[in-house]
Design a protein around this ligand. Structure first.
Ligand SMILES: *Cc1c(COP(=O)(O)O)cnc(C)c1O
Length: 368
């Protein structure tokens, strides 16, 4: 028996009839592009998050790119973000000819340190892009307040890992001007391929995103603006619709499993987990900090238990990005990147498996 890092098979077994019925319905009606499931999913997610508009798109990366395009961001502009994230967050900024300005993270949550944002704002700052890393939102109220003080700079939440999380009673993706999520299979709400969504309550931004998603088209063959081929497939929307049937249960499970991890680790005296403050996390990842990460990972490997590192190198030290910033401009991220390690996590992870996993982290266990 092996413990999967993310258990998508059990989830599929639990939802098999619904998923197959949804897929079959698409195969029967044949509207593979922009079929009825696309709008159906958007409406369901608008209801779920409370955002006025949901625009499904081809991936989480595309959601970020289209959002920046909708804001008109381009050469000469700056976007404030974190260096401790998946590369897509900064990649889309550079693709548009703008400059990512990397701000350091809080050591306890690994999210952008809001207290450092103000000092990074210049007249060229056109957006602030916090990432809700590991399933816990950034300190969005503080960030929104800073943005408002500086002439209402748009705030784009990269919520690729936090769909379903809450912050002060509101859902992630509906916490700022724009929220972007991903339906990559391993995210809290995943499809069986690529997919993503943009959320906003601003009508003009939503309209711009809808047009950019289909080649900047406002009416058939009328290309009002520059766009991309960025639609989400009908089939993938149908799969997410089927998965929504179990999603609330999965979120409750994730919270419970996260709490169990914390309890088990406490019991064995393992202190260093990424902290959850007053915000609920959906544990997109359950991440711990290990000073001897290599040794810990090799113990995991020996026990046949998978682990992962999100992320080993801050973006300002990546070859394609390091010219944009000095290499030591985010020292906390630099330190934390050497220590973070994510444990297996999914809604179907059993207590027995969690105990096995935590045994390996027991201080002294690996010296015996
Ligand atoms: C996964 C992820 C993305 C990109 O999503 P894709 O759907 O894979 O394009 C962007 N940002 C973060 C923080 C992510 O975790």
């Amino acid at each position: 028996m092996t413990i999967p890092f993310i258990d998508l098979k059990t989830q599929y077994r639990a939802l098999q009839p619904q998923i197959q019925a949804r897929i079959n319905a698409v195969l029967e009606h044949g509207q593979y592009i922009m079929g009825p499931e696309v709008r159906e999913l958007e409406e369901r997610l608008e209801g779920y998050t409370g955002a006025k508009h949901c625009i499904t798109v081809a991936s989480g990366t595309e959601a970020l790119l289209i959002s920046l395009m909708a804001l008109g961001i381009g050469p000469g502009d700056e976007v404030i973000t974190t260096s401790f994230t998946f590369v897509a967050t900064a990649e889309v900024v550079v693709l548009l000819g703008a400059k990512p300005v990397f701000v350091d993270i809080e050591p306890d949550t690994c999210n952008i340190d809001a207290s450092l944002i103000e000092a990074a704002i210049t007249p060229r700052t056109k957006a602030i892009m916090p990432v809700s890393l590991y399933g816990q939102t950034a300190d969005m109220d503080t960030i929104n307040a800073i943005a408002a003080r500086h002439g209402n700079i748009p705030v784009i939440e990269d919520a690729a890992q936090s769909f379903g999380a809450e912050y002060k009673g509101r859902k992630s993706c509906n916490l700022s001007s724009i929220g972007c999520t991903s339906f990559f299979p391993s995210k809290p709400l995943g499809c069986y391929g690529d997919g993503g969504a943009i959320f906003t309550s601003d009508d003009a931004t939503a309209q711009a995103c809808r047009e950019i998603r289909v080649h900047g088209q406002s009416k058939r063959y009328v290309h009002t603006r520059l766009g991309v081929g960025g639609r989400m497939d009908t089939l993938q929307c149908a799969i997410v619709l089927a998965k929504l049937e179990r999603f609330e249960w999965e979120i409750a499970q994730r919270l419970e499993i996260g709490a169990r991890y914390n309890r088990l680790l406490d019991e064995i005296g393992f202190q260093r987990v990424v902290q959850r403050l007053n915000r609920t996390s959906v544990y997109g990842q359950f991440t711990v900090l290990c000073e001897d990460r290599e040794a810990v990972q090799s113990s995991f490997k020996k026990a046949g238990i998978p682990s992962a590192v999100h992320y080993p190198v801050p973006l300002n030290e990546q070859p394609a990005y390091k010219h944009l910033c000095c290499s030591d401009c985010t020292p906390v991220a630099q330190k934390v990147a050497k220590q973070v390690m994510s444990l297996p996590m999914s809604a179907d992870l059993s207590y027995e498996d969690q105990k096995l996993i935590c045994q390996i982290l027991k201080p002294g266990a690996r010296d015996a």
